[in-house]
Structure formats: structure tokens, C-alpha cells
Design a protein around this ligand. Structure first.
Ligand SMILES: Nc1ccn([C@@H]2O[C@H](COP(=O)(O)O)[C@@H](O)[C@H]2O)c(=O)n1
Ligand code: CDI
Length: 157
């Protein structure tokens, strides 16, 4: 049996916050705003996994009104989601993600993001792909007001 899920998430870029994407801290003059650490990539992956098993979204599992998740490490949230996936009897077929960010350049950080995601999803790195695009200075990502990420996941059992 196979199941597919997709995820999409956006966080605002602000001064005075660290920029954490895919479990990696990036050097930048702004960071993402959120109730948690605002890791837009891990959130979209979590949503894709939850979608694939018909379990709603991360807001349902980790409400942003719950103080327990204030400044939460999104790697821990994704680990919890992956436990749900495993309990449903699935493993990773493959995962493909795109980060939309005008700056900073993601390419130098992508190998480490891939390593972290592969550890969290207990799958070989060859099953995980992370891409980035600038959106050519257009829209909120192009104006550097925020960063967006999308993901598609295939689960198998
Ligand atoms: N934040 C980003 C955006 C893009 N890249 C890499 O640059 C390539 C070209 O970007 P375009 O938006 O002009 O298509 C893209 O394919 C990525 O490899 C990046 O590293 N970080
Ligand atoms: C992760 C949670 C919970 O801390 O908060 P945020 O960091 O604001 O992230 P978002 O993608 O808006 O929604 C999920 C939330 O419930």
C-alpha cells in the first residue's frame, strides 16, 4: 500500500530571531517568527506526513495556543509525527521538498539538512531531496518578508 501527502508552510522573517531551517542554524541577519522555533521546512514535512496518514496537520497535534510548544524544537515535533507514521505501519518511500527564499543561499546548508531529515525519518539520504528557489524577487518571499516551504512525501507499507 502507498500513501501520498503534501505540505506547505510560511513563516515571517524578523530581526532578532535565529534562522533555523531543516534542523540547521543558518547565518543570516533575520530569523523566522513562530510559536515554536519556526522551522518552516520541518513543519511542512510534518504536515506532509500527517496528510499521508490522514491525521490532520501540526496545528491539530501541537496547538500554537499551548505553552508546551512555545519555542519548541521542531525536530522533536517531527519525531513525534514520525512515530505516528510508524504506528500506522508505514515507512518512507521518498520525500521531496522546496524552500522558497530570496536569501540566504540554501545550497551550502542542504547536505546537512538532508542528513538531519534522514535521521529524523529513519531513512537513507537517497530517499530525501531538498531544493531551494528564490522566487526571483517576486511576492513576499522575493521581498524577504518571509520564507515558504513545500513538501511531498510518499509512504509505503
Ligand atoms: N535561497 C536560495 C535560492 C536558490 N538557491 C539555489 O540557486 C538556484 C537558482 O535559484 P533560482 O531562484 O534562480 O532558480 C536554485 O536552483 C538553488 O540551487 C539557493 O541555494 N538558495
Ligand atoms: C508548530 C506550532 C506549535 O508551536 O507553532 P508555530 O511555530 O507558530 O508554527 P505553525 O506552522 O504556524 O503552526 C503549527 C503550530 O501549532
Amino acid at each position: 500500500m502507498i500513501r501520498i501527502g503534501q505540505g506547505f508552510d510560511v513563516h515571517q522573517l524578523v530581526k532578532g530571531r535565529p534562522l533555523i531551517i531543516g534542523g540547521v542554524v543558518l547565518e543570516h541577519d533575520k530569523g523566522l517568527l513562530g510559536h515554536s522555533d519556526a522551522d518552516v521546512l520541518l513543519h511542512t514535512i510534518a504536515d506532509a506526513c500527517l496528510g499521508a496518514i490522514g491525521e490532520g496537520d501540526i496545528g491539530k497535534h501541537f496547538p500554537d495556543t499551548d505553552p508546551e510548544y512555545k519555542d519548541a524544537d521542531s525536530a522533536e515535533l517531527l519525531m513525534h509525527v514520525w512515530t505516528l507514521v510508524k504506528h500506522a505501519g508505514y515507512q518512507l518511500g521518498n520525500l521531496d521538498c522546496t524552500i522558497m527564499a530570496q536569501r540566504p543561499k540554501m545550497a551550502p546548508y542542504i547536505p546537512e539538512m538532508r542528513r538531519k531529515i534522514s535521521a529524523l525519518l529513519e531513512a537513507e539520504e537517497s530517499r530525501i531531496n531538498v531544493k531551494a528557489t528564490t522566487t526571483e524577487k517576486l511576492g513576499f518571499t522575493g521581498r524577504e518578508e518571509g520564507i515558504a516551504a513545500m513538501a511531498v512525501v510518499l509512504l509505503t507499507k
